[in-house]
Design a protein around this ligand. Structure first.
Ligand SMILES: [Zn+2]
Length: 151
């Protein structure tokens, strides 16, 4: 008999929508400001021969695109009201957990807003406001807001 987790994961895979979790990993660029942790364009102007991270803060980077199955839908009126003011007027979607093709739970927590995104339809989305539901140490469900990126 299937466990509760397995049933949820099966639902995500067979009833969820296809999306891509795209993450960038690499070496921290020396331009990153030690106090703000933000990549600095000035540093690159002052060091024109250094490898350019393109504002990502990573050099020698590799992008990983993982196919996922997720429930993604537009928020309804009440949900829009509850969003933080900064997110109310941009194109957002509600996200409810995902699995990969092998039914492994895929977490979207800790995704970097400049480097990482979810591709859904033909749009890229920044992951915001991740909420995790745990049973003991096991995360079995996540909710998040997807904010449409300009490109
Ligand atoms: Zn840099």
């Amino acid at each position: 008999m299937l466990s509760h987790y397995q049933r949820i994961r099966n639902q995500m895979k067979y009833r969820g929508q296809s999306a891509t979790k795209s993450t960038l990993a690499g070496t921290a660029c020396p331009c990153i400001d030690s106090e703000t942790l933000i990549p600095s364009r000035e540093w690159h102007r002052d060091n024109p021969t250094a490898a350019d991270c393109g504002g990502t803060g990573l050099i020698n980077s590799t992008r990983t695109n993982l196919s996922i199955y997720a429930f993604i839908q537009p928020p309804d009126g009440d949900e829009l009201e509850k969003l933080p003011p900064g997110l109310r007027n941009v194109a957002v979607m509600k996200y409810f957990g995902s699995v990969d093709a092998s039914l492994n739970f895929v977490s979207v927590i800790g995704m970097d807003e400049k480097r990482d995104y979810i591709v859904f339809g033909s749009n890229k989305y920044i992951v915001r406001n991740v909420y995790q539901q745990k049973m003991g140490d096991t995360v079995w469900y996540e909710e998040a807001i997807l904010e449409r990126r300009a490109n």
